[in-house]
Design a protein around this ligand. Structure first.
Ligand code: SF4
Ligand code: SF4
Length: 291
């Protein structure tokens, strides 16, 4: 069975300075259109069910509309996902206006909400982020009601106690909010969940779960509670079920292990060995619960 999901980082640049992000330290690479074209032509990716585009901030990538259209054509069975901070309403609307309706209908926009307004702005490192997110969501909803939007909450020591408030804000926006966990990098020192933060987060997750009507949302909340409690953990899909691709034009193993790489023509180098990947991050990896 070939990979089901391909996650493409288009560039490292971003107008935000999220506390838990290290893209700003990774250079100025931006995926070359010719490399993207070659990636889309790989026969082993024909059966993809999902292609995501992120960054950095993908709305800054000059060829974003072309990339989405190219992916829609190359992978006719794949859902398309755009992971953006929605920091600029005009850019987001401009992109959507430039896409054919058939591509828009396959598109899901994923963004982040890391707390109520002041907490979200602090986590993003950019004043006005919460207002911009709200404005973009409202504008997209009004002009493109068929475009799917969802939010994630990256849980850290700084915002763990705000989960429930973020969840209610997302609810007011009419959007689902799924909890996520930290991927350690050079900027995450002091942000990992300590005992008190885990307790606060779990309380917020339970409170949201009590009020949650949607089974999909409830499943996300339960999965996060399971992860906090130490299990259950699913199998790892890195290098087999999902592939990651960097702005430098290489595959890499997973968000935890960006330095384990394979060139464009050799994705098979990332396939798990017998017994699966066993890295220093694997035992505590939330991606084993949520592919
Ligand atoms: S919006 Fe994304 S890429 Fe930009 S700083 Fe935040 S986490 Fe990093
Ligand atoms: S850290 Fe390990 S378990 Fe998690 S995605 Fe990477 S290889 Fe898989």
């Amino acid at each position: 069975m070939g990979p089901e999901a391909l996650h493409i980082e288009l560039l490292h640049a971003c107008p935000n300075r999220c506390l838990a992000c290290d893209h700003r330290d990774l250079g100025a690479a931006s995926l070359k259109p010719a490399v993207l074209k070659a990636l889309f032509a790989r026969t082993e990716l024909r059966e993809l069910k999902l292609v995501s585009f992120s960054g950095g901030e993908p709305l800054l990538y000059p060829g974003l509309a072309a990339a989405l259209k190219g992916a829609a054509k190359a992978f006719p069975g794949a859902a398309l996902v755009l992971l953006t901070s929605l920091y600029d309403t005009d850019k987001a609307l401009g992109l959507l206006r430039s896409l054919p309706a058939a591509v828009r209908l396959r598109l899901h926009i994923g963004s982040s909400l890391d707390g109520p307004g002041p907490v979200h702005d602090e986590m993003r490192g950019r004043p006005g982020s919460f207002s911009a997110l709200k404005a973009s969501v409202a504008a997209i909803r009004e002009e493109f009601p068929g475009v799917s939007i969802g939010l994630t909450f990256t849980s850290t020591r700084r915002n763990a106690s705000s989960f429930y408030q973020a969840w209610t804000r997302a609810r007011r926006l009419g959007l689902p909010l799924a909890p996520q966990f930290l991927v350690p990098n050079a900027n995450t020192a002091g942000l990992d969940l300590d005992t008190a933060a885990r307790r606060d987060l779990a309380a917020g997750l339970r409170r949201a779960l009590d009020e949650c009507g949607s089974s999909r949302q409830a499943a996300d909340l339960r999965q996060a509670l399971d992860f906090l409690a130490g299990g259950p953990a699913g199998p790892c899909g890195a290098g087999s079920l999902f592939l990651m691709f960097s702005p430098e034009g290489e595959f890499y193993l997973c968000p935890f292990l960006k330095d384990v790489k394979a060139p464009l023509a050799r994705a098979e180098l990332l396939r798990p060995p017998a017994g699966g990947h066993r890295t220093r991050f694997c035992s505590a990896c939330f991606l084993r619960c949520a592919r």
